[in-house]
Design a protein. Structure first.
Length: 375
């Protein structure tokens, strides 16, 4: 669309309207407003649509767009019904497989087959967890031994699906990697289907479903670890690290601590590890996947001592020369106010752009409603 905006082309030609798009609001916006306003000629060959030549096909275009979207929606609904029926029988509907398995098609149905190279890592993780090692200790051990993380293993192993870009740190294991493995029942031979769905045929994102909607099939495939080891590893882990429920523990510094490198808000973690209370802070950006920021970690006790020392230093500056201190404080406040003003202007520009987008959608809905009223 950048070329269209710049005016580098004057004609858009498609085989038929369904190839141009199946979202009737978006298609209607381009054919009724975007292209005409920019003098762009639109042609759909099979449907005999040409914006420069008045014809009955052009008048029928809005209805055709609605029918194209309805067809896509109906097809999506039928495919979902087929997949759901298969899953109720314990049949996998995808060729993707969890780390440690390969998906092999047998009699038209995907089966999980153990990938021995990755299975060794999984057995090691469960054994260490059963021995009482924390997820942090397990992750550090795997990192030290230069074991490929699951996403990097997928990229470097033939036959493994790869849905992501290059992994920047292929040997850096996070606690989230270890937790994901420990929580997957597939490793003890239990198949779980229906854990996520797409909310709409238009969306490519998947939304987690409630556990009551999961379809669980014990002993559905060969296990990498025994059910006893799986249960023990998770039981020991829950016993060693007891995180307090969300919202039950607040810290007076929450919302005030920021990472010195990237400026992201640092998040507070509170847990009881082997009977000892642990309170610490970690960079919020680092917690996100593929983050470029380092794993900044500081205990609350250490942070409070730093704050006390800083307060003593500020108090000393005030007592030594209060005039100079207040002048410096006013200069900092003025600089901060200027920065906030610039940020507010940028936010206003973003809101104006969003309002313009909403206006376009409203206009498209208006023309669509007029078309339906004329039928």
């Amino acid at each position: 669309m950048a070329e269209i905006e710049a005016g580098h082309i004057g004609v858009v030609i498609v085989k038929d309207m369904s190839r141009f798009g199946r979202d009737y609001l978006q298609v209607g916006y381009y054919t009724e407003m975007f292209f005409p306003e920019r003098g762009i000629r639109f042609i759909a060959v099979v449907n005999d649509v040409d914006s420069k030549k008045p014809s009955s096909s052009n008048d029928f275009l809005p209805f055709l767009n609605v029918m194209n979207e309805w067809y896509a929606k109906d097809t999506s609904r039928k495919i979902k019904a087929i997949f759901h029926s298969r899953m109720e029988k314990g049949e996998r509907c995808t060729g993707s497989a969890p780390y440690g398995f390969m998906a092999a098609k047998v009699n038209g149905v995907y089966q999980l087959v153990i990938d021995e190279e990755a299975a060794k890592v999984i057995r090691r993780i469960f054994s260490m967890a059963a021995e009482g090692k924390s997820t942090r200790e397990i992750a550090d051990a795997l990192t030290a031994d230069k074991v490929l993380v699951p996403s990097a293993y997928d990229q470097q192993t033939e036959g493994r699906p790869n849905y992501r870009g290059a992994v920047k740190e292929p040997f850096h294991w996070k606690t989230s990697n270890v937790l994901t493995i420990l929580n997957r029942p597939e490793y003890m031979g239990t198949l779980v289907l229906g854990k996520s769905v797409r909310p709409s045929f238009r969306s490519k994102k998947r939304v987690a479903t409630d556990k009551s909607q999961w379809m669980v099939f014990p002993e559905a495939h060969e296990a990498i670890v025994s059910p006893e080891l799986w249960e023990k590893a998770n039981r020991v882990r829950r016993h060693n690290v007891n995180y307090t429920p969300a919202g039950t523990y607040a810290n007076r510094l929450s919302g005030l601590i920021y990472c010195a490198d990237c400026g992201s808000l640092m998040y507070h973690h509170h847990s009881i590890r082997r009977g000892k209370e642990v309170s610490c802070w970690q960079c919020g950006l680092h917690l996100r996947e593929n983050s470029e920021c380092c794993s900044h970690y500081i205990q609350t006790e250490v942070l409070e001592e730093i704050i006390k020392a800083a307060l003593k230093s500020v108090a000393g500056s005030v007592l030594e020369d209060s005039g100079a201190f207040f002048q410096e404080l006013q200069e900092q406040q003025a600089a901060q106010q200027t920065r906030i003003s610039e940020e507010e202007q940028e936010e206003i520009r973003k809101l104006d752009a969003r309002i313009a987008e909403i206006d376009v959608s409203i206009k498209a809905l208006y023309w669509h409603s007029l078309f339906l009223s004329d039928l």
